[in-house]
Design a protein around this ligand. Structure first.
Ligand SMILES: *Cc1c(COP(=O)(O)O)cnc(C)c1O
Length: 229
């Protein structure tokens, strides 16, 4: 028998360690579905499309913590910069420059994660591990982007049935995260978040130190296709 949203939500929240935050991925979901989960107590929601997020934000409760988890183009940052809680997938310095600029205009600090490319697929975005180390060593991040605050890393594993490969990729990202966190380049207590794991691989991500899992399908069921923008 199919479970209700409340049953699925209870099962997922029970299964997560208390140190792991659930981001409910609501891309392509109707505002009513988001509100139903909100009424069950969920406050952190993840979206992938800037326009869709902006429209939903305007019609849903103001205390929702919105996470932007998709690939973000520089020219779309302005749509979400007034309110977005955390941008998970920053993958270029140019995007950081734009986030900095928009944060100043919006009069706020903007928390972000750097996306790391860990998958075998070319289509996935992100800094390479070496590129990221070089970036963190080269520049004084605080001076360059004083309003865009790097809170941690995000990564997506290869989309594969091979759980061994996924575990291997997450373990590498976990190591890189701890190396940077413990490396003392950023202010103490700032670099604390590791966003990895979705419906199919959250267990493996948690085993490698994830602090945020981004779960859509296991909560809401199979996704309707995205309407053309
Ligand atoms: C859609 C999406 C998710 C959620 O995927 P599910 O398999 O539905 O849990 C997580 N992260 C990102 C970046 C996504 O685009």
């Amino acid at each position: 028998m199919e479970q209700s949203l409340a049953e699925r939500y209870a099962r997922i929240t029970r299964s997560l360690p208390s140190a792991v935050k659930l981001i409910a991925v609501s891309k392509t979901r109707a505002p009513e579905e988001i509100k139903a989960l909100y009424d069950l107590g969920q406050r952190a929601f993840g979206e992938n499309y800037p326009q869709e997020l902006r429209d939903k934000q305007a019609m849903l409760p103001a205390d929702i913590e919105w996470h932007f988890i998709g690939h973000l183009q520089s020219n779309k940052v302005r749509l979400i910069s007034p309110f977005v809680h955390l941008i998970h997938a920053v993958d270029s310095e140019r995007l950081m420059d734009e986030i900095e600029k928009r944060a100043v205009l919006a009069g706020r600090r903007q928390d972000v994660l750097f996306q790391v490319h860990i998958a075998k697929e070319e289509t996935k975005h992100g800094f390479g591990p070496e590129e990221l180390r070089a970036l963190l060593h080269r520049s004084d991040i605080e001076d360059r982007w004083p309003h865009a605050r790097v809170r941690g890393l995000m990564g997506m594993a290869t989309n594969t049935e091979d759980r061994g490969l996924v575990a291997y990729e997450f373990s590498g990202l976990g190591q890189l995260f701890r190396e940077i966190r413990d490396g003392g380049r950023l202010p103490a207590g700032q670099f604390t978040e590791l966003s990895m794991g979705m419906t199919s691989d959250a267990d493996l991500a948690i085993a490698s130190g994830s602090t945020m899992v981004r779960i859509g399908t296991a909560l809401f069921g199979d996704r309707p296709p995205k309407a053309t923008p």
